[in-house]
Design a protein around this ligand. Sequence first.
Ligand SMILES: Nc1ncnc2c1ncn2[C@@H]1O[C@H](COP(=O)(O)OP(=O)(O)OP(=O)(O)O)[C@@H](O)[C@H]1O
Ligand SMILES: [Mg+2]
Length: 353
Amino acid sequence: MRVALLANLKKNAPTWDGMSPDQWDDLDSEKTIESIMGALRSRGHEVTFLEGDIGLVEQLPKVKPDICFNICEGHFGDAREAQAPAILEMLRIPYTGSRVMTLALALDKPMTKRVLTYHDLPTPAFQVFERMGEPLDPSLHFPLFVKPSREGTGMGVGPESVVQDEAQLRRQLERIFTRYDQPALAERFIEGREVTMGIVGNLVSPTARRMPEDENAPRIFKGLHIFPALEVDMGKYPIEEAGIYTNRIKVELAEDFHYLCPAPLPESLVEDLRWYTAAVFRVTGCLDVARVDFRLDMHDNNKPYILEVNPLPGLNPGYSDLCIEAAAAGWTYEGLINRILDEAAGRYGLEQG
Ligand SMILES: Nc1ncnc2c1ncn2[C@@H]1O[C@H](COP(=O)(O)OP(=O)(O)OP(=O)(O)O)[C@@H](O)[C@H]1O
Ligand SMILES: [Mg+2]
Protein backbone atom coordinates (compact mmCIF):
# COMPACT_ATOMS: atom_id res chain seq x y z
CA MET A 1 0.00 0.00 0.00
CA ARG A 2 0.96 3.62 -0.31
CA VAL A 3 1.16 4.88 3.28
CA ALA A 4 1.60 8.46 4.50
CA LEU A 5 3.05 8.67 8.00
CA LEU A 6 1.59 11.75 9.67
CA ALA A 7 3.28 13.08 12.79
CA ASN A 8 4.35 16.28 14.49
CA LEU A 9 8.10 16.35 14.77
CA LYS A 10 9.53 18.14 17.76
CA LYS A 11 12.06 19.85 15.55
CA ASN A 12 9.35 21.29 13.24
CA ALA A 13 7.25 22.73 16.08
CA PRO A 14 6.76 26.49 16.32
CA THR A 15 8.71 28.38 18.98
CA TRP A 16 8.24 31.76 20.65
CA ASP A 17 9.76 33.89 23.38
CA GLY A 18 8.85 32.73 26.84
CA MET A 19 7.41 29.36 25.79
CA SER A 20 7.48 26.69 28.45
CA PRO A 21 10.49 24.32 28.13
CA ASP A 22 8.18 21.28 28.16
CA GLN A 23 5.83 22.79 25.53
CA TRP A 24 6.52 20.12 22.89
CA ASP A 25 7.51 17.17 25.07
CA ASP A 26 4.69 15.05 23.66
CA LEU A 27 5.82 15.48 20.04
CA ASP A 28 7.86 12.88 18.18
CA SER A 29 11.57 12.52 17.52
CA GLU A 30 13.12 11.76 14.15
CA LYS A 31 14.18 8.42 15.59
CA THR A 32 10.54 7.40 16.13
CA ILE A 33 9.53 8.55 12.63
CA GLU A 34 12.41 6.70 10.99
CA SER A 35 11.65 3.56 12.98
CA ILE A 36 7.98 3.55 11.98
CA MET A 37 8.86 4.18 8.34
CA GLY A 38 11.40 1.34 8.46
CA ALA A 39 8.83 -1.00 10.00
CA LEU A 40 6.22 -0.20 7.34
CA ARG A 41 8.74 -0.49 4.52
CA SER A 42 9.89 -3.88 5.81
CA ARG A 43 6.46 -5.16 4.73
CA GLY A 44 6.77 -3.66 1.28
CA HIS A 45 4.72 -0.50 1.82
CA GLU A 46 5.65 2.70 0.07
CA VAL A 47 5.96 5.30 2.83
CA THR A 48 6.05 9.11 2.81
CA PHE A 49 6.37 11.27 5.91
CA LEU A 50 4.20 14.37 6.16
CA GLU A 51 4.27 16.92 8.97
CA GLY A 52 0.79 16.91 10.50
CA ASP A 53 -0.09 20.57 10.10
CA ILE A 54 -2.44 22.53 7.86
CA GLY A 55 -0.09 21.76 4.95
CA LEU A 56 -1.77 18.33 4.87
CA VAL A 57 -4.66 19.86 2.98
CA GLU A 58 -2.35 20.55 0.05
CA GLN A 59 0.09 17.66 0.41
CA LEU A 60 -2.26 14.72 0.78
CA PRO A 61 -4.00 15.09 -2.60
CA LYS A 62 -0.52 15.09 -4.18
CA VAL A 63 0.77 12.04 -2.30
CA LYS A 64 -2.55 10.17 -2.71
CA PRO A 65 -1.99 7.63 0.08
CA ASP A 66 -4.19 4.54 0.38
CA ILE A 67 -4.07 5.09 4.13
CA CYS A 68 -2.36 7.36 6.68
CA PHE A 69 -0.50 6.08 9.72
CA ASN A 70 -1.54 8.84 12.09
CA ILE A 71 0.35 9.75 15.26
CA CYS A 72 -0.20 13.54 15.18
CA GLU A 73 -0.40 15.10 18.62
CA GLY A 74 -1.19 18.55 17.18
CA HIS A 75 0.09 21.90 18.34
CA PHE A 76 -2.73 24.12 19.54
CA GLY A 77 -6.28 23.87 20.78
CA ASP A 78 -8.24 21.83 23.30
CA ALA A 79 -8.81 19.02 20.77
CA ARG A 80 -5.46 19.24 19.02
CA GLU A 81 -5.01 15.47 18.69
CA ALA A 82 -8.25 15.33 16.72
CA GLN A 83 -7.28 17.93 14.12
CA ALA A 84 -5.32 15.81 11.62
CA PRO A 85 -8.04 13.10 11.66
CA ALA A 86 -10.68 15.79 11.06
CA ILE A 87 -8.78 16.89 7.93
CA LEU A 88 -8.46 13.26 6.83
CA GLU A 89 -12.18 12.75 7.19
CA MET A 90 -12.88 15.86 5.14
CA LEU A 91 -10.54 14.51 2.46
CA ARG A 92 -12.03 11.00 2.86
CA ILE A 93 -8.67 9.32 3.42
CA PRO A 94 -8.46 6.24 5.69
CA TYR A 95 -6.20 6.45 8.75
CA THR A 96 -4.97 4.30 11.60
CA GLY A 97 -6.13 4.62 15.17
CA SER A 98 -9.02 6.29 16.93
CA ARG A 99 -11.26 8.85 15.29
CA VAL A 100 -11.98 12.49 16.01
CA MET A 101 -14.39 12.10 18.92
CA THR A 102 -12.21 9.64 20.84
CA LEU A 103 -9.02 11.64 20.35
CA ALA A 104 -10.72 14.83 21.54
CA LEU A 105 -12.27 13.01 24.50
CA ALA A 106 -9.11 11.25 25.65
CA LEU A 107 -7.06 14.44 25.54
CA ASP A 108 -9.50 15.88 28.07
CA LYS A 109 -8.98 13.89 31.26
CA PRO A 110 -12.06 15.19 33.14
CA MET A 111 -14.33 14.41 30.16
CA THR A 112 -12.86 10.93 29.94
CA LYS A 113 -13.42 10.42 33.67
CA ARG A 114 -17.08 11.42 33.29
CA VAL A 115 -17.50 8.71 30.64
CA LEU A 116 -15.70 6.13 32.80
CA THR A 117 -17.85 7.05 35.79
CA TYR A 118 -21.05 6.60 33.77
CA HIS A 119 -19.89 3.07 33.03
CA ASP A 120 -19.00 2.38 36.68
CA LEU A 121 -15.31 2.02 35.87
CA PRO A 122 -12.99 2.94 38.76
CA THR A 123 -11.24 6.31 38.40
CA PRO A 124 -10.10 8.53 41.28
CA ALA A 125 -12.71 10.96 42.68
CA PHE A 126 -12.07 14.42 41.24
CA GLN A 127 -12.85 18.07 40.86
CA VAL A 128 -12.05 20.41 37.99
CA PHE A 129 -10.87 23.93 38.80
CA GLU A 130 -11.24 26.69 36.24
CA ARG A 131 -10.59 29.66 38.52
CA MET A 132 -8.34 30.40 41.47
CA GLY A 133 -11.06 31.10 44.00
CA GLU A 134 -13.18 27.98 43.52
CA PRO A 135 -13.74 26.21 46.84
CA LEU A 136 -12.62 22.60 47.24
CA ASP A 137 -15.46 20.08 47.21
CA PRO A 138 -15.84 18.93 50.86
CA SER A 139 -16.05 15.30 49.75
CA LEU A 140 -12.41 15.44 48.59
CA HIS A 141 -9.66 15.06 51.15
CA PHE A 142 -5.94 15.81 51.15
CA PRO A 143 -3.55 14.64 49.84
CA LEU A 144 -4.77 15.38 46.33
CA PHE A 145 -3.04 15.03 42.98
CA VAL A 146 -3.31 18.16 40.82
CA LYS A 147 -2.40 18.16 37.12
CA PRO A 148 -3.35 19.91 33.87
CA SER A 149 -6.58 18.63 32.28
CA ARG A 150 -5.26 18.29 28.76
CA GLU A 151 -1.56 17.43 28.59
CA GLY A 152 0.48 14.25 28.15
CA THR A 153 4.02 12.97 28.72
CA GLY A 154 3.81 14.06 32.31
CA MET A 155 3.68 17.73 31.37
CA GLY A 156 2.79 19.67 34.48
CA VAL A 157 3.26 16.51 36.56
CA GLY A 158 5.96 16.55 39.22
CA PRO A 159 6.38 16.15 42.97
CA GLU A 160 4.48 19.45 43.44
CA SER A 161 1.40 17.75 41.95
CA VAL A 162 0.85 16.05 45.30
CA VAL A 163 -0.77 18.69 47.52
CA GLN A 164 -1.21 18.27 51.24
CA ASP A 165 -3.24 21.34 52.15
CA GLU A 166 -5.15 24.37 50.89
CA ALA A 167 -2.01 26.51 50.47
CA GLN A 168 -0.24 23.89 48.34
CA LEU A 169 -3.42 23.31 46.34
CA ARG A 170 -3.72 27.01 45.49
CA ARG A 171 -0.04 27.22 44.53
CA GLN A 172 -0.37 24.27 42.17
CA LEU A 173 -3.57 25.66 40.63
CA GLU A 174 -1.79 28.96 40.03
CA ARG A 175 1.11 27.13 38.35
CA ILE A 176 -1.18 25.19 36.04
CA PHE A 177 -3.32 28.19 35.10
CA THR A 178 -0.29 30.36 34.29
CA ARG A 179 1.83 27.80 32.58
CA TYR A 180 -0.72 25.66 30.74
CA ASP A 181 -3.65 28.06 30.41
CA GLN A 182 -6.31 25.38 30.98
CA PRO A 183 -8.44 23.96 33.78
CA ALA A 184 -6.69 21.91 36.48
CA LEU A 185 -7.78 18.43 37.48
CA ALA A 186 -7.56 17.61 41.20
CA GLU A 187 -7.91 13.92 42.00
CA ARG A 188 -7.75 11.73 45.02
CA PHE A 189 -4.06 10.84 45.39
CA ILE A 190 -3.69 7.11 44.80
CA GLU A 191 -0.63 6.01 46.65
CA GLY A 192 0.79 2.81 45.24
CA ARG A 193 2.23 1.02 42.26
CA GLU A 194 2.13 2.35 38.73
CA VAL A 195 0.96 0.06 35.93
CA THR A 196 0.20 0.58 32.27
CA MET A 197 -1.54 -1.76 29.81
CA GLY A 198 -1.26 -1.73 26.02
CA ILE A 199 -3.82 -3.02 23.60
CA VAL A 200 -4.10 -3.56 19.84
CA GLY A 201 -7.07 -4.77 17.84
CA ASN A 202 -10.75 -3.98 17.55
CA LEU A 203 -13.80 -5.38 19.24
CA VAL A 204 -15.83 -7.62 16.98
CA SER A 205 -19.12 -7.61 18.89
CA PRO A 206 -21.67 -4.80 19.34
CA THR A 207 -20.43 -2.71 22.25
CA ALA A 208 -22.48 0.46 22.43
CA ARG A 209 -24.57 -0.38 25.46
CA ARG A 210 -23.80 0.63 29.01
CA MET A 211 -21.47 -1.66 30.93
CA PRO A 212 -23.49 -4.22 32.88
CA GLU A 213 -23.73 -3.50 36.58
CA ASP A 214 -23.50 -7.19 37.36
CA GLU A 215 -19.86 -7.94 37.94
CA ASN A 216 -20.39 -11.54 36.94
CA ALA A 217 -21.56 -10.52 33.45
CA PRO A 218 -19.40 -11.94 30.67
CA ARG A 219 -16.31 -9.86 29.95
CA ILE A 220 -16.00 -8.87 26.30
CA PHE A 221 -12.49 -9.19 24.84
CA LYS A 222 -13.02 -10.74 21.41
CA GLY A 223 -10.87 -9.06 18.75
CA LEU A 224 -8.56 -7.35 21.24
CA HIS A 225 -4.99 -8.29 22.01
CA ILE A 226 -3.86 -7.06 25.40
CA PHE A 227 -0.15 -7.02 26.17
CA PRO A 228 1.41 -7.95 29.52
CA ALA A 229 1.17 -5.27 32.22
CA LEU A 230 4.16 -2.97 32.55
CA GLU A 231 5.03 -1.66 35.99
CA VAL A 232 7.19 1.42 36.29
CA ASP A 233 9.88 0.51 38.79
CA MET A 234 9.60 3.64 40.91
CA GLY A 235 12.16 2.44 43.42
CA LYS A 236 14.93 2.96 40.84
CA TYR A 237 14.31 6.69 40.34
CA PRO A 238 15.70 9.67 42.23
CA ILE A 239 13.86 10.24 45.49
CA GLU A 240 12.97 13.79 44.35
CA GLU A 241 10.52 12.31 41.83
CA ALA A 242 8.49 11.22 44.88
CA GLY A 243 7.29 7.93 43.34
CA ILE A 244 5.46 9.74 40.52
CA TYR A 245 5.86 9.06 36.81
CA THR A 246 6.92 12.63 36.18
CA ASN A 247 7.73 14.69 33.11
CA ARG A 248 11.38 14.40 34.10
CA ILE A 249 11.28 10.58 34.07
CA LYS A 250 9.36 10.55 30.77
CA VAL A 251 11.68 12.98 28.97
CA GLU A 252 15.07 13.59 30.62
CA LEU A 253 15.45 10.06 32.00
CA ALA A 254 13.53 8.29 29.20
CA GLU A 255 16.52 6.38 27.85
CA ASP A 256 17.19 4.97 31.31
CA PHE A 257 13.71 3.50 31.88
CA HIS A 258 13.26 1.15 34.83
CA TYR A 259 10.34 -1.22 34.50
CA LEU A 260 9.06 -4.68 35.18
CA CYS A 261 7.23 -6.35 32.31
CA PRO A 262 5.28 -8.50 32.84
CA ALA A 263 4.58 -6.76 36.16
CA PRO A 264 4.87 -9.12 39.14
CA LEU A 265 1.17 -9.08 40.07
CA PRO A 266 -1.26 -11.81 41.12
CA GLU A 267 -3.09 -13.43 38.20
CA SER A 268 -6.55 -12.30 39.37
CA LEU A 269 -5.40 -8.68 39.52
CA VAL A 270 -3.88 -8.95 36.03
CA GLU A 271 -7.19 -10.35 34.82
CA ASP A 272 -9.05 -7.34 36.29
CA LEU A 273 -6.54 -4.95 34.70
CA ARG A 274 -7.02 -6.66 31.35
CA TRP A 275 -10.75 -6.34 31.71
CA TYR A 276 -10.66 -2.67 32.70
CA THR A 277 -8.33 -1.99 29.78
CA ALA A 278 -10.70 -3.63 27.32
CA ALA A 279 -13.65 -1.84 28.90
CA VAL A 280 -11.97 1.58 28.73
CA PHE A 281 -11.02 0.92 25.10
CA ARG A 282 -14.63 0.09 24.39
CA VAL A 283 -16.45 2.87 26.22
CA THR A 284 -14.16 5.61 24.90
CA GLY A 285 -14.50 4.28 21.35
CA CYS A 286 -10.83 3.49 20.72
CA LEU A 287 -9.72 1.82 17.50
CA ASP A 288 -6.67 -0.25 16.57
CA VAL A 289 -4.39 0.71 19.49
CA ALA A 290 -4.37 2.35 22.93
CA ARG A 291 -2.68 2.34 26.31
CA VAL A 292 -4.46 2.64 29.63
CA ASP A 293 -2.65 3.95 32.73
CA PHE A 294 -3.47 2.72 36.22
CA ARG A 295 -2.45 3.22 39.82
CA LEU A 296 -2.93 0.47 42.39
CA ASP A 297 -4.08 1.69 45.79
CA MET A 298 -1.60 0.30 48.32
CA HIS A 299 -4.03 1.07 51.15
CA ASP A 300 -6.83 -0.97 49.59
CA ASN A 301 -5.34 -4.31 48.54
CA ASN A 302 -3.92 -2.90 45.26
CA LYS A 303 -7.34 -1.82 44.01
CA PRO A 304 -6.81 -0.52 40.43
CA TYR A 305 -7.77 3.03 39.48
CA ILE A 306 -7.85 4.19 35.87
CA LEU A 307 -5.91 7.43 35.40
CA GLU A 308 -6.33 7.93 31.68
CA VAL A 309 -6.48 6.35 28.24
CA ASN A 310 -3.93 7.18 25.55
CA PRO A 311 -5.29 6.49 22.05
CA LEU A 312 -2.00 7.78 20.62
CA PRO A 313 0.53 5.93 22.80
CA GLY A 314 4.21 6.71 22.22
CA LEU A 315 5.84 4.46 19.61
CA ASN A 316 9.53 5.03 20.25
CA PRO A 317 11.05 1.56 19.74
CA GLY A 318 13.56 2.03 22.56
CA TYR A 319 11.52 3.21 25.50
CA SER A 320 7.81 3.71 24.80
CA ASP A 321 5.68 1.66 27.18
CA LEU A 322 3.60 0.05 24.44
CA CYS A 323 6.69 -1.09 22.51
CA ILE A 324 8.24 -2.61 25.62
CA GLU A 325 4.98 -4.41 26.41
CA ALA A 326 4.75 -5.79 22.87
CA ALA A 327 8.36 -6.95 23.06
CA ALA A 328 7.61 -8.70 26.36
CA ALA A 329 4.87 -10.58 24.53
CA GLY A 330 7.39 -11.68 21.91
CA TRP A 331 6.34 -9.21 19.24
CA THR A 332 8.86 -7.41 17.07
CA TYR A 333 8.56 -3.65 16.59
CA GLU A 334 7.75 -4.32 12.92
CA GLY A 335 5.02 -6.70 14.03
CA LEU A 336 3.47 -4.08 16.31
CA ILE A 337 3.51 -1.23 13.80
CA ASN A 338 2.15 -3.36 10.98
CA ARG A 339 -0.55 -4.85 13.18
CA ILE A 340 -1.81 -1.31 13.85
CA LEU A 341 -1.78 -0.62 10.10
CA ASP A 342 -3.49 -3.91 9.27
CA GLU A 343 -6.19 -3.37 11.90
CA ALA A 344 -7.04 -0.04 10.29
CA ALA A 345 -6.79 -1.37 6.73
CA GLY A 346 -9.14 -4.18 7.71
CA ARG A 347 -11.73 -1.72 9.07
CA TYR A 348 -11.70 0.19 5.79
CA GLY A 349 -11.76 -2.99 3.69
CA LEU A 350 -8.42 -2.18 2.08
CA GLU A 351 -6.34 -4.88 0.51
CA GLN A 352 -3.45 -5.58 2.87
CA GLY A 353 0.21 -6.32 2.26
N1 LIG B 1 -4.66 10.57 41.07
C1 LIG B 1 -3.37 10.25 41.04
N2 LIG B 1 -2.81 9.66 42.12
C2 LIG B 1 -1.48 9.33 42.13
N3 LIG B 1 -0.65 9.57 41.10
C3 LIG B 1 -1.15 10.15 40.00
C4 LIG B 1 -2.53 10.52 39.90
N4 LIG B 1 -2.73 11.06 38.69
C5 LIG B 1 -1.53 11.04 38.06
N5 LIG B 1 -0.58 10.51 38.84
C6 LIG B 1 0.86 10.34 38.52
O1 LIG B 1 1.19 11.21 37.45
C7 LIG B 1 1.56 10.46 36.29
C8 LIG B 1 1.06 11.15 35.03
O2 LIG B 1 -0.34 11.23 35.06
P1 LIG B 1 -1.22 10.98 33.77
O3 LIG B 1 -1.01 9.61 33.25
O4 LIG B 1 -2.60 11.40 34.06
O5 LIG B 1 -0.55 12.08 32.83
P2 LIG B 1 0.07 12.17 31.42
O6 LIG B 1 1.06 13.23 31.48
O7 LIG B 1 -1.05 12.34 30.46
O8 LIG B 1 0.73 10.82 31.07
P3 LIG B 1 1.10 10.19 29.63
O9 LIG B 1 2.56 10.39 29.47
O10 LIG B 1 0.75 8.80 29.88
O11 LIG B 1 0.30 10.87 28.58
C9 LIG B 1 0.96 9.09 36.50
O12 LIG B 1 1.60 8.14 35.72
C10 LIG B 1 1.14 8.94 38.02
O13 LIG B 1 2.47 8.61 38.38
MG1 LIG C 1 -0.24 8.73 31.65
